[in-house]
Design a protein around this ligand. Structure first.
Ligand code: PLP
Length: 226
């Protein structure tokens, strides 16, 4: 077992334990391996250990990596800020975009998504705790943007993504994640066909799973410190 394979196994064990604790099935939570700043060899190693979905923040860096790893059948998720001049790269290279937080960005992704690739999976990034100068729509704005995305032919609305401010306390982490879950359920009640609550990172994956996360985005615990 390689070091990355070993760490992946430990993350899977953490996910399974958190699911058991929360009375959820381990299969309900998808692991997204965040490979930002790590090279293609690290991704190859994770893939050899069975990992298929990878998250990237820096679009230019990601596109180069994606090209080098084309022969592997990987699923690429854009989880970093998307500027207007980068939408085409996202539309043409990724399977998912978690960080859509403006109508204009969604419209450009919809226009630029090549038809043969099928719809681009989209999560609305929500600034759930009102933290600093962070990306993301407010929870109040999220429903309207989600509705707009749900009507775009080359996008497929999947859910929401959050990056709360780091907190040490489990209860505090969980309280913020619970707000995201409430918003997610509000979307479902509004008739939106959403299935993805993208939240939880290395430091707070247990609290996120407790609150209902369906996709945790883990970098440090798999690839090491950046
Ligand atoms: C870097 C990053 C992660 C992974 O964070 P770790 O703490 O290394 O697990 C998850 N989501 C986003 C949006 C990130 O930028």
């Amino acid at each position: 077992m390689t070091m990355i394979g070993d760490k992946l196994q430990r993350v899977h064990a953490r996910i399974a334990a958190a699911c058991a604790e929360a009375g959820r099935r381990a299969g309900d939570v998808t692991l997204l391996a965040v490979s930002k700043t790590f090279g293609p060899e690290a991704v190859r190693e994770a893939h050899a250990a069975g990992q298929l979905a990878f998250g990237e923040n820096y679009i230019q860096e990601a596109v180069e990596k994606i090209a080098l790893l084309q022969e592997l059948d990987l699923q690429w998720h854009c989880i970093g800020p998307i500027q207007s001049n980068k939408t085409r790269l996202v539309a043409e290279n990724f399977g998912w975009a978690h960080s859509v937080d403006r109508l204009k960005i969604a419209q450009r992704l919809d226009e630029q998504r090549p038809e043969h690739l099928g719809p681009l999976n989209v999560c609305i990034q929500v600034n759930i705790d009102g933290g600093g100068a962070k990306s993301g729509v407010t929870p109040q704005e999220a429903l309207a943007l989600a509705l707009a995305v749900s009507r775009m032919p080359r996008l497929r609305l999947r859910g929401i993504m959050t990056i709360p401010e780091p907190q040490d306390d489990f209860g505090a982490q969980r309280a913020v994640h619970a707000k995201a879950r409430d918003l997610f359920e509000e979307m479902q009640s509004a008739g939106l066909d959403v299935d993805t609550l993208s939240m939880g990172m290395t430091a707070d994956l247990e609290a996120a799973i407790h609150a209902g996360s369906t996709m945790v985005r883990i970098g440090t615990a798999i690839f090491g410190g950046r």
